[in-house]
Design a protein around this ligand. Structure first.
Ligand SMILES: [Zn+2]
Length: 311
């Protein structure tokens, strides 16, 4: 679970926040496309139920279905909603002139309640939004993240941090395409970039050490695309000198480490303009992905790679 429903205060806690789960239910169903026909305010006589409408387009034209909504916020105790906590469903639905029943629960419906509702199948329609169904719908709705941010601020902050999206810097989506199949390697895992050198054409760097100039760079999916490209370049006398995972380059600290190593190399050695253009293309397109904090998984990856002296 991504959303921690305990972030919504417990009902009847007497601090004036007792309606929060009801308000969340109203906003959630509204985002789902239901029309709010009766607000869940509390009148002098106690509880006022939430009623929502659903417009259905049928052969005979538009019709509005009225749903009676029951919310139960048991996240703090963790218990599921038993049938005894939803008494007289048929009567309640009829009394409110509704056609169906919606249960919105921050835990789960107990089996007893599920069987009871299934027993009413030919009398009324029913839908249950339990914590999993709420989360699934919320995170998939366009307005969902915004709504979730209001009621589950901590859960959403953590979720966004752990599921980074590239920041909007350029007009176009950043892309690094496999030079063989064209697949975008920034959105699919398993891409590499390979540095190519020319065999037997060594130069001397500023300190007098021999080195092979970087002649070209290619981007590839690991496996088949990589082998095909490697073979193709070999026919041109170019050999792979090394490769790096593009997934690793998309980790903020490793990106920085790589770009520093590359600029250091530029002060010592020549790089062909072809290879340099490819490196620039790589750094520019990866940048929107790394302008952010590290996820917990990335912190682990950096730790492993630095411990083994790979990066
Ligand atoms: Zn490919």
């Amino acid at each position: 679970m991504i959303l921690n429903f305990k972030e919504i205060p417990q009902a009847n806690s007497g601090d004036g926040l007792q309606d929060t789960f009801e308000l969340f239910t109203r906003d959630f169903l509204e985002d789902m496309g239901f029309e709010i026909l009766q607000q869940p305010d509390r009148g002098a006589d106690g509880k006022k139920d939430l009623i929502v409408g659903e417009t259905r387009n049928g052969v005979g034209g538009k019709s509005i279905l009225r749903w009676l909504v029951s919310c139960k916020h048991y996240a703090h105790s963790g218990k599921s909603v038993p049938d005894t906590d939803e008494p007289d469903i048929i009567y309640r639905v009829a009394a409110h002139k509704c056609n169906g029943f919606i249960g919105v629960y921050s835990t789960l419906a107990a089996t007893s309640l599920g069987s009871k509702l299934n027993g009413y199948k030919d009398k009324i329609e029913h839908q249950i939004y339990d914590r999993e169904r709420i989360e699934k719908n919320l995170l998939k709705l366009p307005q969902g993240i915004k709504l979730a941010r209001r009621y589950f601020p901590e859960s959403i902050e953590k979720y966004i941090k752990e599921n980074p999206k590239p920041v909007r810097i350029f007009r176009e989506e950043p892309k690094i395409n496999c030079d063989y199949c064209g697949k975008d390697l920034l959105t699919t895992k398993g891409g590499i970039f390979v540095v190519l050198i020319k065999d037997g054409e060594n130069k001397k760097d500023k300190l007098g050490h021999e080195y092979a100039e970087e002649k070209d760079v290619y981007f590839a999916c690991k496996g088949k695309c990589d082998s095909i490209l490697e073979n193709m370049y070999r026919h041109q006398g170019l050999w792979s000198r090394g490769w790096e995972d593009i997934d690793d380059l998309m980790i903020p600290t490793l990106f920085l480490k790589n770009i520093i190593a590359y600029t250091n190399q530029l002060t010592q050695q020549d790089v062909s303009s072809k290879a340099h253009e490819k490196m620039k293309q790589l750094y520019i397109n990866v940048f929107p992905h790394i302008a952010r904090e590290l996820t917990e998984k990335e912190k682990e990856r950096v730790k492993v790679l630095t411990e083994f002296g790979i990066w």
